[in-house]
Design a protein around this ligand. Sequence first.
Ligand SMILES: [Zn+2]
Length: 145
Amino acid sequence: MGGTGRETRFDALRLAKQAGTLSGTIDARALPQVADGLAPGPGAVPIVWTVAGAASVDGRPALSISVSGRMPLVCQRCLAPFDWVVDQNTELVLAADERELAALDERIEAEVIAADRPIDAAELVEAELVLSLPYAPRHEGACPS
Ligand SMILES: [Zn+2]
């Protein structure tokens, strides 16, 4: 698995039941919702991702998603680019369909997604990156002069 697009689609409920793992590397510049937030540059921005089938604490089918890499962002203080380290791990509980999703969303705190159709790992990774991106990226500590 790897790259972008259709080849990253999978059956989430089956992956959870089998406790299977998918992984790959994706270029963050190829993800439309992420690319806009990156510092401009010619190079690819490889993000390593893993999607593991699991069970939630209350025994529901779930996915454990991890993304890691270094994303070039523009510091909002000095406007220089810097590498921002992503190392994010998130659990998503799987609902059988939209109706169960609505019911679970009210009852449990974890994030829930509907698994009644194949899920695209690239879209999961994109959503994780969007959520983890800082609202106002800045150098940690003082900016280099
Ligand atoms: Zn700075």
